[in-house]
Design a protein around this ligand. Structure first.
Ligand SMILES: Nc1ncnc2c1ncn2[C@@H]1O[C@H](COP(=O)(O)OP(=O)(O)OP(=O)(O)O)[C@@H](O)[C@H]1O
Length: 354
């Protein structure tokens, strides 16, 4: 039985914003799921609906098969962690952790044990007597996480918990979240708009756009076989190269004519060709050619570089090992093996064809 199930969940705010549209989703027990999507795509609204902080316009949230409508937030066996940790300024770290378990009315011994365990797991022991204003941003976020974990909720909802931290701390806390999840079990649903964070964290990735669920699955599967053009373009740094064009007689020609490819097994007509930047080969005679492009700029990224190109008026990008041998203005051959070509419908839904 899945822990959390959303059935045809929709939310339209009184101002007419349709933030969540007919979302159905099942999260198996014990999974670390990460929801990702652009700003304004409805991620926070979905979390708030699950937590009971917003009322759904239609549809249901079920927990272990039981509908939660009418169950107030504090009666749901879940904890929610926000982007800005809301700690009680007049309580010490110990007091803040203890406050998390207060509503559970545990015996003194058990409450103390939960606080000590959360402090140990999150490395907060040296900070237990400090006040929130004496903590760094990362420490404060760890206390908020510890307070949520001390309750041992069966479902932990995290809304951009790492967004206010610098890159190094984000990486550290990301590792901690994974470790805590492995140590404590329970189901976690974490929201982020940072897709590289999502790829690194998730057992299960949930992609949402304009309030609509786009695809759910293991991150690598979504990266390698995106279900539609949105997922293809959203995941990846940079997102997948996408060329609109037309196919006929086993041959695709992109608008502008600079890119062509052989195709089999897809219908004729308007469609979109996709190739991941790391699979787009430059001046590589070993792979079938797709066409030609001109280098517009080169972005060094340490171990490799992103080479941006113009191919017949369409922009695209390729990854090239460092040191990068391409320069602005270079005219290069683009190529890719057949297995690295993705085909999508040209209509608004943009579903994967092959
Ligand atoms: N309380 C509200 N009243 C009216 N409209 C709202 C409210 N909260 C959110 N919205 C609208 O609903 C849509 C989804 O917002 P939501 O905050 O859920 O998106 P998000 O994906 O979490 O965005 P972000 O990544 O920027 O936090 C947006 O169009 C937003 O303007």
């Amino acid at each position: 039985m899945p822990t959390l199930e959303l059935r045809h969940l929709s939310k339209t705010y009184p101002n007419g914003a349709a933030a969540v549209r007919d979302v159905s989703l099942q999260l198996p027990a014990g999974v670390l799921a990460v929801m990702v999507g652009p700003s304004g795509s409805g991620k926070s609204t979905l979390l708030r609906l699950i937590a009971g902080l917003e009322r759904a316009t239609s549809g249901e949230v079920l927990f272990d098969g039981t509908a939660l409508s009418g169950v107030p937030p504090h009666r749901r066996d879940l904890a929610m962690l926000f982007q800005q940790p809301a700690l009680y300024p007049y309580l010490s770290v110990r007091g803040n952790l203890a406050h998390g378990v207060k509503p559970l009315r545990l015996g003194r011994g058990e409450a103390d044990h939960r606080v000590a365990e959360a402090a140990r797991l999150l490395g907060l022991e040296p900070l237990l007597d400090r006040r929130p204003q004496e903590l760094s941003g990362g420490e404060a976020q760890r206390v908020a996480l510890g307070r949520a974990l001390a309750r041992r909720p069966r479902l932990l909802l995290l809304d951009e918990p790492l967004a206010s931290l610098d890159a190094a701390l984000r990486g550290e806390l990301r590792g901690e979240l994974r470790r805590l999840h492995a140590a404590l079990g329970g189901t976690m649903l974490c929201v982020t708009h940072d897709q590289s964070e999502a790829l690194a964290l998730a057992d299960l990735l949930v992609v949402i756009n304009e309030g609509t669920l786009q695809q759910v699955g293991p991150p690598q599967e979504l990266y390698e076989r995106p279900a539609n053009r949105f997922v293809a373009g959203f995941l990846g740094q940079p997102g997948m190269n996408l060329w609109s064009g037309r196919a006929s007689d086993h041959r695709f020609e992109a608008d502008g004519g600079a890119i062509t490819a052989q195709i089999a097994g897809v219908p004729k007509g308007d469609m979109v060709l996709g190739v991941r930047a790391e699979r787009l080969r430059l001046n590589d005679e070993q792979v079938p050619p797709l066409g030609r492009g001109r280098v517009t700029h080169v972005e060094p990224q340490g171990p490799d570089a992103v080479v941006h190109l113009d191919a017949g008026g369409a922009r695209c990008a390729a990854r090239s090992a460092a040191p990068c041998c391409f320069q602005v203005g270079d005219d290069v051959t683009l190529g890719a093996v057949a297995d690295d070509l993705h085909w999508f419908a040209a209509d608004a839904a943009g579903l994967r064809l092959a």
